[in-house]
Design a protein around this ligand. Structure first.
Ligand code: GDP
Length: 296
C-alpha cells in the first residue's frame, strides 16, 4: 500500500554511505519523508512538527556507522524516538484505591465507550476476579442504557437498573452507592457522548466527576481520528482530567497515528486498545508495535 519509510529514505540517503556525519541538509531531506509518513498515518500536524524537531536534534551530526546504511540509521532514530514518545509497555488500569474503585469512561459518541466498558468489566472480572458494576449515564439516547444492559447480560456483569427520569449526575451517585452496598470492587460509569465536543458535554463530565470521584478517567477514542485527535484529547484532559487513553478500532486499516497525537498532547498513557467488536477484543498497548505500524 504505502512505501515504507525505510524504502523512501533509502533512495534519498543511501548515497551518503561512508561520508561521515549526517548534515543538516541530509536530515532535512529525510525529515520531509518522515513528515509524509506520519501524516499518512494520521498523526496530527502539530505533533508531526514537534516530533520532527526532536528527531532533527538527534540526527544532525550523527555519525553514519559503516555497518548500516544512512537510511536505516535515520529510521532507527525515528523509530526509537517514536517509541519513547508513545510511552511505556504494558500500562494497566489502576485499581489501587478503596472499593468501589470508580472508572469513568469518556469520549465522543460512537467512539466505542459502551463496548469498551463491557470489555474492561469482563477482563477485570475474568482475569482479576473483580466484582464489577456497570452503569449507563447516557440519558439522551434511551437505546444507550439498553445497549449496556445487553452487554451486561452477555458478559455476566451486573448493570445498574434504570430509573426513568434521573439525570446523569443522579445516576452516577446511585451507581457509586449501589457499588458500595453491593460489595462491588469496581464501578464503571459509561457516560454520554456527543458528535462533537461542546460546552454542555464538558460541564456534564465535570459534574459527574465531582460526585463520583473516579480513580481512573479513560478517554475512549477511535484510532482513525485524524487531526481532531489533538483537540479531543486536550479538551477532555483540561476540562475533565484524563488518567489514560483507550484507542478503539485498531483492527481497522488505520495506522494508529492518533495514539501518538493524543499521547503527545496529554502525556497520559495509552492503557488499552480495542481490536474488534467482540467482548474479548481488548489488548494491552505495545509502543513498539504501534511505532512499526505508524512508520509502515
Ligand atoms: P459509544 O457511542 O462510544 O458508546 O460507542 P459504542 O460502544 O456503541 O461503539 C460503536 C460501534 O463501534 C459499535 O458497533 C461497536 O461494536 C464498534 N466498536 C467498538 N470498539 C470497536 C473496536 O475496537 N473495533 C471494531 N471493529 N469496532 C468497535
Amino acid at each position: 500500500m504505502f512505501e515504507s519509510l525505510q524504502e523512501r529514505l533509502g533512495s534519498i540517503l543511501n548515497g551518503l554511505t561512508g561520508r561521515g556525519a549526517l548534515s543538516e541538509a541530509d536530515v532535512s531531506a529525510a525529515l520531509r519523508e518522515v513528515r509524509r509518513a506520519l501524516i499518512e498515518a494520521d498523526v496530527a500536524l502539530e505533533v508531526v512538527r514537534s516530533f520532527t524537531d526532536r528527531v532533527r536534534e538527534k540526527a544532525v551530526g550523527a555519525e553514519v556507522l559503516k555497518s548500516i546504511k544512512p537510511g536505516q540509521m535515520v529510521v532507527k532514530i525515528v523509530h526509537d524516538e517514536l517509541v519513547a514518545m508513545l510511552g511505556s509497555d504494558g500500562e494497566v488500569i489502576d485499581l489501587n484505591a478503596p472499593a468501589p474503585v470508580v472508572i469513568m469512561m469518556v469520549g465522543l459518541q460512537g467512539s466505542g465507550k459502551t463496548t469498551t466498558s463491557g470489555k474492561i468489566a469482563k477482563r477485570l472480572s475474568e482475569r482479576q476476579g473483580k466484582k464489577v458494576l456497570m452503569a449507563s449515564l447516557d440519558t439522551r439516547r434511551p437505546a444507550a442504557q439498553e445497549q449496556l444492559r445487553q452487554i451486561g447480560e452477555q458478559t455476566g456483569i451486573a448493570t445498574l437498573p434504570v430509573v426513568a427520569g434521573q439525570s446523569p449526575v443522579e445516576i452516577a451517585k446511585r451507581a457509586v452507592q449501589a457499588g458500595r452496598l453491593g460489595g462491588h470492587d469496581v464501578v464503571i460509569l459509561d457516560t454520554a457522548g456527543r458528535t462533537h465536543i461542546d460546552e454542555p458535554l464538558m460541564i456534564e463530565m465535570a459534574d459527574i466527576r465531582k460526585v463520583s470521584d473516579p480513580h481512573e478517567i479513560l478517554l475512549v477514542a477511535d484510532s482513525l481520528t485524524g487531526q481532531d485527535a489533538v483537540n479531543l484529547a486536550r479538551s477532555f484532559d483540561e476540562r475533565v482530567g484524563v488518567t489514560g487513553l483507550v484507542l478503539t478500532r485498531m483492527d481497522g486499516d488505520g495506522r494508529g497515528g492518533a495514539a501518538l497525537s493524543m499521547r503527545a498532547v496529554t502525556g497520559k498513557p495509552v492503557k488499552l486498545i480495542g481490536t474488534g467488536e467482540k467482548m474479548d477484543a481488548l489488548e494491552e498497548f505495545h509502543p513498539k508495535r504501534i511505532a512499526d505500524r505508524i512508520l509502515g
